[in-house]
Write a new protein. Structure first.
Length: 153
C-alpha cells in the first residue's frame, strides 16, 4: 500500500487490509510505504489513527518508511493510492518496475476507472472519514477477489 507520506492513506489501507485478512484466516503479509521521505519514522497522522480507532482498528504502532525498489522483490502486489504515487513508484523502482504487480488501489473497487484516493492531508476530519470508507470498501473487494488465489513463486 503506497501513498506519498505514508502517514494518512496507506497506513489506513495497511491496517484495514491486515485486519480483514486476519478475519478471513488469510496468511497475508501487508505493509505500507510512502514515495516521499518527509515523514519517515513518524506514526500515522492523528486523524488517520482516530478514524481507524473509531472503526475498531489500531494503527498507532505503524511507522512511516520510504518505498524502495526492493519492494518489488518482496511483494506480489503493489497498490498506489493515487496516480502521482504511481509515477513516483516507477521513478524509484527503475529497472525493478514490474507493471504486472502494480495497480491503482481504487481499480479493485472501480475496475478500469483509474481513480485516486483523495489526499486528506490538506483537509479536515470529514475528509479522513470519507477516505476511510473508500479504503474499507476497496479492502473488502480485494479480500473477495484474492482470498482463494494461490500466487505462484
Ligand atoms: P499521505 O498524505 O500521502 O496520504 O500520507 C500526505 C502526507 C504528507 C504529505 C503529503 C501527503 N506531505 O507533503 O508532507
Amino acid at each position: 500500500m503506497v501513498c506519498l507520506g505514508n502517514i494518512c492513506r496507506s497506513p489506513l489501507a495497511e491496517g484495514i487490509l491486515k485486519h480483514r485478512a486476519k478475519e478471513a484466516g488469510l496468511d497475508w503479509v501487508v505493509d505500507s510505504a510512502g514515495t516521499n521521505g518527509y515523514h519517515v519514522g513518524e506514526a500515522p497522522h492523528r486523524l488517520s489513527q482516530k478514524v481507524a480507532k473509531l472503526n475498531g482498528i489500531d494503527i498507532c504502532d505503524q511507522r512511516a518508511r520510504r518505498f524502495v525498489k526492493e519492494d518489488f522483490d518482496r511483494y506480489d502486489k503493489i497498490y498506489a493510492m493515487a496516480d502521482d504515487v504511481l509515477d513516483e513508484i516507477k521513478w524509484i523502482a527503475k529497472e525493478k518496475y514490474n507493471p504486472a504487480k502494480v495497480d491503482l488501489f481504487l481499480n479493485e473497487l472501480h475496475p478500469g476507472k483509474n481513480k485516486s484516493v483523495p489526499d486528506p492531508w490538506y483537509g479536515t476530519e470529514p475528509g479522513y472519514h470519507e477516505v476511510y470508507k473508500l479504503i474499507d470498501e476497496t479492502c473488502d473487494a480485494i479480500i473477495s477477489k484474492y482470498a482463494n488465489v494461490q500466487i505462484e513463486k
